[in-house]
Ligand binder design. Structure first.
Ligand code: SOE
Length: 392
């Protein structure tokens, strides 16, 4: 049978960890979900011709460009997917939107509030022309996280009093782990804070439907120097000559905050939680009940319904057909993994483009997270002084 769904060509910039995750999503989304459109993996852009061609062949991209600007000139590209370090997000996204391309951009949206503001303004102007944009906070697309949002929206938790959020990793505990780009402020903007703290800020704001109005923070860089990296494209980089360079970002960021609905929140983002690999955890306590989630057991959501006190927390296996996203995959109990969150993200993005609506999280949502990151950094620099989140 011939494919009758209209094609939307994708041009992706970057092909390291996030590029691989996004490629997997573009490859499979149309075979899992019944979409009104069909993504075509038109071209991959990267600086090194050889490595980009190798990545394109492996990941399924039809063509290669060595300058991302060439992607904007291509008629077979309607979507630009930005999977590069944060220092290039603003330039690429703003140029792509101006060229009339829809944009999916990795998180955090940018390295500074000023860049994020410029991106949000460009997105608003582009939306008026029917050009869409979305920031890739993929954990919103974990079925259990989306179910948590649904339960809060339905009022099952009542008034929210507490959020307890953590994102715990340990991949740089070894002092000899090299100085990859994620450990350099000029490339990444900040450390654990922007890389994984941004995720828990977004997750907390998404589940509660509220935003952070102010924070008080502590940050620390435990290992101040590391061997220079030979290749700094991912989490498994090689160390080079033995020479060392300065780590210019935080290794850990802890902060407390106030929510717009009057509740209190605590956050911990660290790459030094030995033994914790990708523990994005969140607990929400409301007047009527509580929710608890840990990404290391991502198919489960724990729910405490205060009306059934004796039942305690009960485990919901979030794999039923009526649970968010789950019905398109496997029979109940068969479970999903990290890569599925990216498939769901591209599904929602493509559906919004086809429907002519603005997808979420928007660049404005990304800017809001960026303002929290900035407030955390300011507070930490000011001896943990309580700092208002701009615009809240
Ligand atoms: C590295 O800390 C990282 O890959 C983040 O950059 C991702 O956003 C997160 O999903 C997993 O960890």
């Amino acid at each position: 049978m011939t494919e009758s769904r209209p094609a939307l060509g994708v041009g992706m910039v970057g092909y390291a960890f996030m590029g691989r995750a996004h490629s997997q999503a573009w490859r499979s989304v149309a075979s899992v979900f019944d979409l009104p459109v069909r993504p075509v993996m038109a071209a991959l852009s990267g600086r090194s011709p050889g490595r980009t061609a190798q990545a394109a062949a492996k990941l399924g991209w039809a063509a290669v460009e060595t300058d991302w600007k060439r992607l904007l000139e291509r008629d077979d590209v309607q979507i630009i997917d930005i999977c590069t370090p944060g220092d290039s997000h603003a330039e690429i996204a703003i140029a792509a939107l101006a060229a009339g391309k829809h944009v999916l951009c990795e998180k955090p949206l940018a390295n500074t509030v000023a860049e994020a503001e410029a991106m949000a303004a460009a997105a608003k102007e582009a939306a008026a022309r029917g050009v869409r944009s979305m920031v890739a906070f993929n954990y919103r697309r974990v079925p259990a996280v989306a179910l948590a949002r649904r339960l809060v929206e339905e009022g099952r938790l009542g008034e929210i009093r507490h959020v307890r959020a953590q994102y715990l990793q340990d991949w740089i505990v070894d002092p000899d782990f090299p100085l990859v780009w994620r450990l350099r402020k000029d490339k990444a903007g900040s450390g654990a804070l922007g890389d994984i703290g941004a995720h828990i800020i977004d997750t907390a704001q998404y589940i509660t439907g509220q935003h952070l109005t102010g924070v008080s923070a502590l940050t620390e860089t435990f290992i101040k120097e590391r061997p220079l990296a030979e290749e700094s494209s991912g989490l498994a980089a090689q160390s080079g000559t033995g020479e060392k360079g300065e780590v210019t970002v935080d290794d850990a960021a802890l902060f407390i905050g106030r929510l717009s609905g009057g509740g209190l929140a605590t956050f911990e983002a660290t790459r030094f939680a030995t033994g914790r690999k990708n523990a994005l955890r969140i607990e929400v306590n409301g007047a009527l009940g509580s929710l608890s989630f840990d990404f290391e057991a991502m198919n489960e959501l724990w729910f405490y319904d205060g009306a059934e006190r004796d039942a305690g927390f009960r485990r919901i296996l979030v794999t039923e057909p009526d649970h968010p996203y789950a019905g398109a995959w496997w029979p109940p109990g068969h479970g999903l993994g990290y890569e599925h969150t990216f498939v769901h993200e591209t599904k929602d993005f493509l559906e919004a483009i086809a429907a002519g609506t603005d997808p979420v999280p928007s660049f404005e949502d990304g800017l809001r997270v960026q303002r929290v990151l900035a407030a955390v950094e300011k507070s930490a620099a000011d001896g943990s002084r309580f700092t208002r989140v701009e615009g809240s």
